[in-house]
Ligand binder design. Structure first.
Ligand code: SF4
Ligand code: SF4
Length: 217
């Protein structure tokens, strides 16, 4: 539709008697048609010359290509990657099944089923509950870090793992065992030390501050 036709449509609407929200919102719509091409534009020669010029210019510029995966990217300390469920000093899952992370999650991708802690096991005497199952849909997650912030016992954390892949959607739903495995692997390599402390946000949740600049008073 051409611009002039649409402008006349808009004028017709603006002269109409109805002021319904639907009509008035249509007044702000301005359709733009395809530009008319001149003879040079129709031959595409200027565009081709510009493209070739850009290519030649780039040949002589410094190469910024990273040879991934041989050269891994520098991950900033506040990067939010794959989750993990931390273990406590007894090796148990640290999570106490309080549901705060599930409640805080804006993407609704955490599903927890709580169970009473085994009464006859002295190892669990200090716990009322534990997560019988704990799942995170890593495809649905938006990696906002709110689960990490909400957790009162530093049980759930985001790690620096960014190369997350899977062949099926089911593979991308991380269950409790898989989340604990991520903890075991990342804490063993020392890549992701436990970084949350009750009441203090972890680096993944902090806003980076440029230390070279003086703090504002
Ligand atoms: S990072 Fe955000 S979206 Fe992902 S599980 Fe945690 S709270 Fe939900
Ligand atoms: S907020 Fe922490 S303790 Fe509570 S359910 Fe989530 S991971 Fe478990």
């Amino acid at each position: 539709m051409s611009e002039s036709t649409n402008e006349s449509n808009t004028n017709t609407q603006s002269n109409g008697s109805s002021n319904t929200p639907e009509k008035s919102s249509k007044k702000s719509v301005r359709w733009v048609g395809a530009p008319k091409l001149g003879i040079m534009d129709a031959l595409y020669l200027p565009a081709i010359a510009a493209g070739v010029g850009t290519t030649i210019r780039r040949i002589f510029e410094k190469n910024e290509t990273r040879e991934y995966p041989e050269v891994e990217p520098d991950i900033p300390p506040n990067y939010r990657g794959v989750h993990r469920l931390n273990r406590d000093s007894k090796g148990r899952v640290k999570c106490v099944a309080c549901f705060l992370c599930q409640t805080a999650c804006p993407a609704n991708c955490i599903t927890i089923h709580a169970a009473p802690a085994p009464k006859d096991d002295p190892n669990w005497a200090d716990r009322d509950k534990f997560p019988a199952s704990f799942e995170i849909d890593e495809l649905r997650c938006i990696y906002c870090g709110m689960c990490e912030q909400a957790c009162p016992v530093d049980a759930i954390e985001l790690t620096s793992i960014y190369d997350l892949t899977g062949l099926t959607r089911e593979e991308m739903i991380y269950d409790k065992e898989k989340l604990l495995e991520v903890f075991d692997q990342t804490s063993q390599t020392g890549k992701d030390p436990v970084r949350t402390k009750s009441g203090v946000l972890g680096p993944a949740s902090e806003i980076l501050v440029d230390q070279s600049k003086p703090a504002k008073s």
